[in-house]
Design a binder for this molecule. Structure first.
Ligand SMILES: [Zn+2]
Length: 317
């Protein structure tokens, strides 16, 4: 059988997931380890290697044609290195070289996790069939990726579409990235919760003070909780509108834990978008919830690798 699978890695601050993905986006093998995020760089790499070895020991490995890596960012695809904010042991870490020690001669593609999510949504999810799209993950952080002219657009370093660090508040709060008033600083889950608490919202008897708990209160009619989500929606809308004005996207797909709030987020997001996306060529922009779920990182890493390796069957443009 000719090589027809992609070995995919999804590397985050809590887990390292691996899979062999077929041309239909199906995962035919899986492996997974916890990320030893507070350990030194070589120790974190050993967890990646363990995932790859488990896949390589399976019956399907001989069908692997390429390797796709989606990693927490920033990444640098031009040098094959990564510096994930939540994995301090990796700073300019040569991840691609480390992966090649296990995968040998297979071509390796590295992209940021937001770019991988965009690839997955374009291939199989809410952005399927769309020519120009922004796909975003809104959770602990805010990331994203772009599809332009029908193809994934990772950019030279694999980070293009990083909407979380567009400034939408010129004199706003400092952001850990070094900027000010970034979308992430207003719209991420922790900041939704922080803002609600500061305005007087209190968690229920279970003590849950997460954005999901704020969303539950908003759904039950709490105006302070709803206002915190509305502010997040406003920041997202301003970032989406800026992107639409720059590159004429037709759809913005929003996923991640915060998007799980449903209409508590999407209602005010659509309304705020009408305030910011005003020119004739962006007025028809639609916002859709992501549909790919927990395997988006793996499926998207595979799609990005397939695009780069020009593998037939992986219909990513
Ligand atoms: Zn920032």
């Amino acid at each position: 059988m000719p090589p027809d699978l992609i070995a995919a890695l999804d590397i985050g601050g809590t887990k390292i997931a691996g899979a062999l993905v077929d041309g239909g986006g199906k995962l035919v093998a899986r492996a997974r380890r916890a990320t030893p995020a507070q350990e030194d760089g070589p120790t974190v790499l050993r967890a990646v290697t363990a995932v790859l070895r488990e896949l390589a020991a399976g019956e399907h490995w001989s069908r692997a044609a390429a390797v796709g890596i989606g990693s927490a960012g920033p990444v640098d695809a031009s040098t094959g290195t990564v510096s994930p904010v939540n994995i301090p042991g990796w700073r300019g870490f040569p991840l691609v070289e480390g992966v090649r020690e296990t995968t040998g001669a297979l071509p390796v593609t590295l992209v940021g996790d937001g770019v991988a999510m965009a690839a997955a949504e374009h291939w199989q999810g809410a952005a399927r069939g769309r020519t120009n799209a922004l796909c975003m993950v809104v959770s602990t952080g805010v990331g994203g990726g772009l599809v332009l002219d029908g193809r994934l657009h990772p950019g030279p370093t694999g980070n293009a579409g990083h909407i979380g660090h567009i400034s939408v508040d010129l004199d706003g709060d400092p952001c850990p990235c070094g900027g000010r008033g970034c979308v992430e600083r207003i719209a991420s889950g922790p900041h939704i919760a922080r803002r609600a608490l500061a305005a007087g919202w209190r968690p229920g008897p279970d003590g849950d003070a997460s954005a999901a708990a704020v969303a539950a209160s908003a759904r039950a009619g709490d105006p302070v909780a709803a206002a915190s989500f509305a502010r997040a929606a406003q920041a997202l809308a301003a970032g989406i509108a800026a992107t639409a004005n720059l590159v004429e996207i037709e759809v913005a797909v929003v996923g991640g834990g915060v998007a799980g709030a449903g209409e508590v987020l999407f209602g005010p997001l659509r309304r705020a978008l009408a305030d910011y996306a005003t020119l004739s060529f962006v007025r028809d922009l639609t916002v859709l919830p992501a549909t790919m779920g927990g395997d988006a990182g793996l499926i998207g890493a595979a799609a990005a690798a397939a695009q780069q390796a020009r593998l037939p069957g992986f219909a990513t443009g």
